[in-house]
Write a new protein. Structure first.
Length: 334
């Protein structure tokens, strides 16, 4: 069934992800669950629960997937909301497009569990997942490629991008080597109080505002901590960005977060890394999660799938614009 383009409907849905000074924490979480949870997963994806490093996780497996490829997904929700259940549908689509299992940890949330609780959770999950994948690889479970090494993809959206990049900054080189790519959807990259995004009195797009970023940061951690790259990745030192895995950032070109994403990608490229920013005209924060309202959401996820499966044909290290034709398939690049 064709999706009718309904921008107003998409904006109304996605505003549930933005925690601001008027939000009640309990109601905010309940609204995210009510809006995004669905008991039926798309594309024949199978759902299972497991424990990695003491943290409950969803494992989403599409009908066809590479046995040596797995995605570790860090969900957004302004550090305050979101869960395995509310992200299960979106990550099922990601699993199907990427032909890979997707692991979603049930991370602890602010304000009850502020920074660095969620980072500690992700680190525990990563270590356990890495160990399991290494063992599986050594046993040669992949009959077609018995010597294949594990391929871990780190993916995240919004506030989850801050946590995902903090994980990478803390990893030793031998762990980083197994990470084939980092995929970020509409990332939050600078939560420092002197950031133009937070210091502005009135700055907003359809979904995110300076008030959302200020309030979310204030319940996540102390203001002094926001100067740390583990909270504000854009402030990372050059040595933290050296030999970084390839980074692919996808977002709408109307987002106030866009300039930070372009700066981050430029820094990575200047240090000899691969980074791409895929901007979608007239799209808003996390438009990929509004696929019931926006045809571009489906095309964007197609592009992500081609990036992660190695079927992308572009050559540019930094891509700053994407203008798909809705009637045609996208040709992506790796």
């Amino acid at each position: 069934m064709a999706v009718v383009n309904d921008r107003k409907g998409a904006v109304k849905k996605l505003k549930c992800l933005a925690y601001n000074s008027k939000s009640d924490t309990v109601q905010f979480r309940e609204k995210i669950e009510k809006t995004f949870y669905t008991p039926i997963l798309p594309n024949g994806v199978e759902f299972a629960e497991t424990i990695y490093g003491g943290i409950p996780c969803d494992v989403l497996s599409p009908e066809i997937y590479a046995s040596n490829r797995v995605v570790l997904y860090v969900h957004g929700g302004s550090f305050v909301g979101g869960s395995r259940a509310s992200y299960r549908c979106f990550c099922s689509s990601l699993a199907s497009k990427a032909c890979a299992r997707v692991v979603i940890p049930e991370i602890r949330l602010a304000p009850a569990s502020p920074y660095p609780a969620c980072l500690e959770d992700i680190q525990s999950v990563f270590r356990a997942l890495y160990t399991e994948e290494q063992v599986t690889s050594s046993l040669g479970n992949d009959k077609d490629s018995p010597n294949a090494s594990p391929e871990i993809i780190i993916a995240a959206d919004g506030s989850g991008a801050s946590v995902a990049l903090a994980l990478l900054f803390n990893l030793r080189e031998r762990y980083r080597q197994c990470i084939s790519r980092v995929v970020l959807f509409s990332p939050w990259l600078n939560l420092a109080s002197d950031s133009p995004l937070l210091s502005a009195k009135k700055l907003s797009d359809d979904i995110i505002s300076s008030d959302v970023l200020r309030k979310s940061a204030s319940v996540y951690t102390y203001e002094s901590n926001t100067l740390s790259p583990l909270v504000s990745p854009l402030l990372a030192q050059d040595e933290q960005l050296m030999n970084f895995p390839p980074v692919f950032i996808q977002m709408g070109d109307t987002e106030i977060l866009k300039e930070d994403a372009l700066k981050f990608a430029d820094r990575l490229v200047a240090l000899g890394n691969e980074a791409q920013v895929d901007l979608w005209p007239n799209m808003m924060f996390m438009f990929q999660m509004a696929d019931d309202y926006l045809p571009d959401s489906h095309l964007a996820m197609d592009r992500i799938g081609k990036i992660l499966t190695g079927n992308d044909s572009g050559k540019d290290k930094v891509k700053v614009e994407n203008k798909p034709r809705l009637e045609q398939s996208l040709h992506a690049d790796a």
